[in-house]
Design a protein around this ligand. Structure first.
Ligand SMILES: NC(=O)c1ccc[n+]([C@@H]2O[C@H](COP(=O)([O-])OP(=O)(O)OC[C@H]3O[C@@H](n4cnc5c(N)ncnc54)[C@H](O)[C@@H]3O)[C@@H](O)[C@H]2O)c1
Ligand SMILES: O=C(O)C[C@H](O)C(=O)O
Length: 308
């Protein structure tokens, strides 16, 4: 199993590290445009192999895509992150050109690759890859919901004063400060609805804190987060690489599901060896449907800025 991670910055390196530690891939290639940067990150990570007990071979490449040839999965993290006060949508001007070029280079050397898009604004970048490549729709996946759901669970655990392993919850919708739809109605603590323990106001607060999860960390760190994003990407990569048939909310091209079409937005999907094996349509309340619709309008507005 060969995995390429384009962009050896904060998220790319974190993602490569989690993939290696989980020890399911034979090879991870890190590629970056900065001279020697990916090679340096790969060497540093390889020097943790004996410490962390993994056998995955990590190599680096300065923009040489021949080193990525025959990758099974490629993760695109190349591009700029936001700074405090910015929205993800403001990154489109620079990141769209990068994502378009990177995906085209990847496919030249790995025509059967499955691509996971991370660069922001992620839903729009995922749509861009659909529009500008010939890959089948199941092989283009945007990562956002897995991270947002992990943040939702963190906030739920905090509110419930419970360990994170006791709670479950999912965030669908666009990966943006206003577009996320945390499904508070369905959140549980060990299969009991969270609403049994938390007031409506407290659950709404959990949802609001979740939606601005990325912005909160960007303000604290001066740039956007990387540990949870890297871990979330590695979960998606593992589900595909190991054909786990696991369900994650991912940004997928919709063609009528949830009453939406011609956009990529976060919905529950099953991930396995074919990438997106299935889009799962769950019963949403009218309020949730309205929020998803509103979120889709925001994503479509950003898609409208693409020059394709
Ligand atoms: N979808 C999500 O949930 C999520 C989570 C975190 C970050 N992100 C996004 O991921 C992206 C990366 O974030 P980061 O914190 O790792 O940024 P970073 O600046 O640390 O790393 C980005 C890397 O991309 C490289 N790069 C730029 N242009 C390139 C090109 N044409 N080819 C190859 N490499 C190139 C840069 O040299 C840099 O090393 C940002 O757009 C950020 O907003 C998304
Ligand atoms: O917040 C960001 O800009 C980065 C990423 O999308 C995140 O949610 O951490």
């Amino acid at each position: 199993m060969k995995v390429t991670v384009v962009g050896a910055g904060a998220v790319g390196a974190s993602c490569a590290e989690y993939i290696a530690i989980k020890n399911f891939a034979s090879e991870v290639v890190l590629l970056d445009i900065k001279e020697d940067y990916a090679e340096g990150k790969a060497m540093d990570l390889m020097q943790t192999a004996s410490l962390n007990g993994f056998d995955t071979k990590i190599t680096g490449s300065t923009n040489d895509y021949s080193k990525t040839a025959n990758s099974d999965i490629a993760v695109i993290t190349s591009g700029i992150p936001r700074k405090p006060g910015m929205t993800r949508e403001e990154l489109i001007g620079i990141n769209a050109g990068i994502v378009k070029e990177v995906s085209s280079n990847l496919i030249k050397h790995s025509p059967d690759v499955t691509i996971i898009v991370v660069s922001n604004p992620m839903d729009t970048m995922t749509y861009l890859v659909h529009k500008t490549t010939n890959l089948p729709k199941n092989k283009i996946i945007g990562m956002g919901g897995a991270l947002d759901s992990a943040r939702f669970k963190y906030r739920l655990a905090e509110a419930l004063d419970a360990p994170a392993s006791d709670v479950d919850g999912m965030v669908i919708g666009g990966h943006s400060d206003t577009g996320m739809v945390p499904l508070t109605r369905l959140a549980t603590r060990n299969s009991v609805l969270a609403s049994e323990f938390l007031s409506e106001d407290r659950l709404n607060q959990v949802a609001e804190d979740t939606k601005v999860g990325g912005a909160t960390l960007t303000k604290m760190l001066g740039t956007s987060a990387w540990y949870a994003p890297g871990a979330a990407v590695s979960g998606l990569v593992q589900a595909i690489a190991c054909d786990q048939q696991k369900m994650f909310p991912c940004s997928a091209l919709l063609e009528g599901e949830y009453g939406l079409s011609d956009l990529c937005i976060g919905v529950p999907v099953i991930l396995g060896k074919n990438g997106i094996e299935k889009i799962v349509e769950i019963d949403l309340s009218d309020a949730e449907k309205n929020k998803l619709k509103e979120s889709s309008e925001g994503v479509k507005k950003t898609n409208g800025l693409l020059e394709i």
